[in-house]
Design a protein around this ligand. Structure first.
Ligand code: XMP
Length: 511
């Protein structure tokens, strides 16, 4: 398979570079700068991209790389720190720039080499640097400059070495995608025939070979990642796979049945499906508990116990499936095996299951790629495009004590909210939205009667990374309609409020 390697020197856009290359239909992996030259040769990449990074090349502690990498005839593109590193490795001069450049910067192209083929003479690019290349190495020419940066790009086409001080991967760089396309197609000679469907096919084939006649166990939550992983395995090994789905009674309305309809015996997939109806068990354990962390811990612990009981019934298995995806791998430190997400649904599982090896079929995919594979494998859209749902479920959307009655209220209110958001066509625009049950009761009037009922809180946020978020400005008509429907249709609710808090200071979930 044609592969381009992104060699990671600690820059903030490294995942993005890999994404962009994959968007060119070229398979791309991020590897740490500690990857040895031998390991790199073993991958036999069509090209390598040195990323940006926060350091200065001339500081002793900065990440460097064996300069022999530049002599292998493999095309290399250096970006930002990567460009300075290339210059430094080959005897050019890098120093602290008299004027640092940050943000949108006008770049003049001096020479339309392979990278700049078809690119305008003048463009706005994204810069973020305090060092610059003062003198390019011997054999290199300057191919672009800015007002303050004499070598905003350089190249030595004979040796297939190219470098840009700016970031072609970010959207703020005009025609940046074109430059990356030029690198992978014109310089590296990639054919661009890598596609998600070939990924799925190849991955299923290799899972089949690896697992052979082995037994596989998967904890299925109904979320996107575990669903896609389960379907891939079902296609690879059919009934050798057993999926355990724990219904903890804190799922959204009808969710348990929806998961069962897809993965259960009447669904389209060949696998063993075990649904554990543990609702009552959870409600009993959670009785009287009000403290959020305690609730989370009880829900998590109970999950492990339920799963352990099921695993014992199944007996020893050969493989345990984890739905780890690429951002988890990158964030948890490249080159090491992925730390299992602190998601309560999977964290802790390996200790209670008797198995030989973990398999992570989605380890190399970004979230939207997981979704694309899901669609290709024929998983229904409503499952593939599901918004994030926390492991502890509605348990952390009910403030205070959890009761079956409160679960019913929040399920009904949330279903109405989701239905109206979808009707208004807002579902794909919002990062996350849900109804929560406040622990507040207040006085109202319905017909001729006084009521003393709960208040439901509606939440909707826009976010790109879930680390920060802002409250979405939902159209008033939508809020009005949802409110009316909830107070009329959901018994036990007489008031609806909208949460306008961002994160920080609020979190997305209520507990
Ligand atoms: P917060 O509430 O921390 O949520 O702003 C950020 C994102 O994480 C989700 N979330 C969880 N996901 N297990 C999960 O799998 C959990 O325990 C959990 N808690 C919060 C939340 O839905 C949001 O998308």
């Amino acid at each position: 398979m044609e592969t381009v390697i992104v060699l990671d020197f600690g820059g903030q856009y490294n995942q993005l570079i890999a994404r962009r290359v994959r968007e060119c239909n070229v398979y791309c992996e991020v590897k740490p700068y500690t990857t040895t030259l031998e390991e790199m040769k073993a991958v036999n990449p069509k090209g390598i991209i040195f990323t940006g990074g926060p350091n200065s090349v001339y500081e002793g502690t900065s990440p460097h790389y064996d300069s022999k990498i530049l002599e292998l005839g493999i095309p290399v593109l250096g970006i930002c720190y990567g460009s300075q590193l290339m210059a430094y490795m080959l005897g050019g001069k890098v120093k602290s720039a008299p004027v640092s450049e940050y943000g949108h910067t006008e770049v003049m192209i001096d020479k339309h080499d392979a990278i700049f083929t078809g690119v305008s003479d003048k463009l706005v690019c994204w810069m973020s640097h305090t060092d610059y290349i003062e003198t390019v190495p011997e054999g290199f020419s300057v191919t672009a400059h800015t007002k303050n940066c004499p070598a905003a790009a350089m190249s030595c086409p004979d040796r297939k070495l190219f470098a840009t001080q700016f970031h072609p991967e970010v959207v703020h760089t005009q025609e940046g995608i074109r430059m990356l396309q030029n690198f992978v197609y014109k310089v590296c000679g990639c054919s661009g025939d890598w596609k998600m469907d070939s990924f799925a096919e190849t991955a299923i084939q290799s899972l089949r070979e690896k697992i052979d006649k082995g037994k596989v166990l998967c904890a299925l939550s109904g979320g996107v990642d575990s669903s896609v992983a389960a379907v891939m395995l079902s296609k690879a090994i059919g009934k050798q796979l057993t999926c355990v789905f724990v219904d903890h009674g804190l799922l959204r309305k009808n969710e348990g049945d929806e998961v069962e309809a897809v993965f259960g015996p009447n669904g389209p997939y060949e696998l063993n499906f075990i649904r554990v109806n543990a609702q009552q068990r959870y409600y009993d354990k959670l009785k009287g508990v009000v403290e959020p962390e305690e609730k989370r811990k009880i829900i998590g612990k109970e999950f492990i116990q339920v799963f352990e009981e099921e695993a014992k019934k199944i007996g020893a298995v050969d493989f345990l499936v984890q739905g780890t995806i690429y951002p988890d791998v990158i964030e948890s430190g490249l080159g090491q095996s992925a730390v299992i997400k602190s998601h309560h649904n999977v964290g802790g599982l390996p200790e209670v299951v008797d198995f030989k090896e973990i398999i992570e079929p989605l380890r190399m995919l970004f979230k939207d790629e997981v979704r694309r594979v899901g669609l290709e494998l024929g998983i229904p859209e409503y499952l593939v495009y599901r918004q994030p749902f926390p492991g502890p479920g509605l348990g952390i959307r009910i403030i205070g004590e959890i009761t079956e009655e409160k679960v019913r209220i929040v399920q009904e209110a949330d279903a109405i909210y989701r239905e109206e958001i979808a009707k208004a066509g807002l579902d794909s625009e919002l990062g996350q939205y849900f109804a929560a049950l406040t622990n507040m009761r207040s006085v109202g009037v319905m017909g001729d009667f006084r009521t003393y009922d709960y208040a439901v809180a509606l939440r909707a946020v826009n976010t790109s990374d879930f680390m920060t978020a802002e409250a979405a400005q939902l159209p008033w008509e939508v809020l009005f309609k949802v409110t009316n429907r909830i107070v009329n249709e959901v018994k036990g609710v007489n008031r609806v409020v909208y949460d306008c808090t961002g994160k920080p200071p609020g979190t997305i979930e209520f507990e």
